[in-house]
Design a protein around this ligand. Structure first.
Ligand SMILES: Cc1cc2nc3c(=O)[nH]c(=O)nc-3n(C[C@H](O)[C@H](O)[C@H](O)COP(=O)(O)O)c2cc1C
Length: 371
């Protein structure tokens, strides 16, 4: 059984994990408190229950108030939030787990209701024409404010400050959420970034903001503890529309990371929807990008145990991250190991407050003993 690729320990550079099963970042909207901090008896338990993963990547956590776009998401920019996260890292480390925090800025995927009526920030004043889930329910997104140079400089500082807080809170590393149509992705994509300054126009310019953030974050946490997430073929979701420069932009970024940086990992997603009819899209992300990146590559998106083992065995990825399976299977590693049945997740409680659908999914043994 120890032959299974997903269950083998992972050792590359100074990145050592006890298996290759990664818990993907998932917003669960349980920080239903004024401080937007992880809560004792809730977040610490949730992540501790899943600590046998080789690596846990937390839910997206905002780097500032400006970065918020969803209700009850935790932050990592205040002392109180940092203290809340400490309980989480301690709980995971108690079980010998490894945990990175995902640093998040939603950019234009937000609503003035989150910002005292101010407009959300974005590279350009272009409405994503999406929905924002506000405290009063779904609302249409608006035309955001095009970020000034000062806004950009402040946001870079916010990421650095958040990374510093992550170190203080005891995280093993940070993942920059440069994926899924949020702020960095909005800079990368020509349909959301029409800037004419050094942050827009060419591929290199559209990638500049990401690398400036990375270079600042590197000052407070070693590169070997920084990951970055990308969803190159995201199209028709989260306000993203691909064009002929989209894939070349991700190729530029990933090759630059390969040549000039030594990150903990890059974390790629296979397309979220059918892109077979999109001429600019790449359908097999791991296969396409693997030859461009020598470091650790995590692949995500619709994997199960069999396809996860296969993608590692055929050399397209080093690690596989699982999202929804981790909602309902806290002991996913043990279930894989023993070929135990997997429990189904309940979408209705993905984002609801409290313990239900959050920390009440049983481990396999408990399920057995109930029967
Ligand atoms: C409830 C839920 C919340 C999510 N929140 C985030 C998030 O905060 N950050 C992120 O990068 N991806 C987020 N995702 C995407 C997942 O990380 C993952 O890419 C997606 O679920 C596909 O993987 P899967 O097929 O293994 O579930 C979320 C997905 C779900 C289902």
């Amino acid at each position: 059984m120890s032959e299974k690729a997903l269950l083998k320990p992972y050792n590359k550079g100074n990145f050592t994990l006890r298996n290759r099963v990664v818990m993907a970042p998932m917003t669960r909207s349980r920080a239903a408190n004024e401080a937007k901090k992880p809560e004792e008896g809730l977040h610490d338990i949730y992540y501790q229950q899943r600590a046998s993963a080789g690596l846990i990547i937390t839910e997206g956590s905002q780097v500032s108030e400006e970065a918020v776009g969803y209700i009850n998401t935790p932050g990592i920019h205040t002392e109180e939030q940092l203290e809340g996260w400490k309980q989480v890292t301690e709980a995971v480390h108690e079980k010998n787990g490894t945990i990175f925090i995902q640093l998040w800025h939603v950019g234009r995927m937000s609503h003035p209701d989150f910002h005292d009526g101010d407009l959300p920030l974005a590279p350009s004043a272009i409405n994503p024409e999406a929905k924002s889930y506000t405290p009063e329910g779904f609302k249409d997104t608006v035309i955001p404010k095009a970020m000034t140079k000062e806004d950009i400089a402040r946001t870079i500082e916010d990421f650095k400050n958040a990374a510093q807080n992550a170190v203080k809170a005891g995280f093993d590393g940070v993942e920059i959420h440069s994926s899924n149509g949020y702020l960095f992705h909005q800079f990368f994509n020509a349909t959301s970034n029409t800037r004419t300054d050094e942050y827009g126009g060419s591929i290199e310019n559209r990638a500049r903001f990401f690398f400036e953030v990375l270079d600042e974050v590197k000052k407070v946490i070693p590169e070997s503890k920084i990951g970055a997430r990308f969803n190159p073929s995201l199209n028709g979701m989260f306000g993203m529309t691909m064009d002929e420069e989209t894939i070349p932009t991700f190729e530029f970024i990933i090759k630059k990371l390969d040549h000039e940086y030594d990150l903990a990992y890059i974390h790629l997603s296979e397309p979220f929807n059918d892109v077979s009819k999109i001429p600019f899209a790449v359908e097999n992300i791991a296969e396409h990008f693997r030859p461009m990146y020598k470091g650790t590559l995590i692949i995500n998106g619709g994997f199960d145990q069999d396809s996860g083992n296969k993608v590692i065995e055929n050399g397209h990825a080093d690690l596989v991250s699982f999202g929804k399976l981790y909602v309902s299977n806290p002991d996913l590693v043990e279930r894989f190991k023993n070929d135990w049945e997997l429990a189904d997740w309940d979408e209705d409680t993905f984002y609801t407050p409290g313990t239900e659908g959050y920390i009440d999914y049983d481990t396999h043994k408990k399920e057995e003993s109930v029967q």
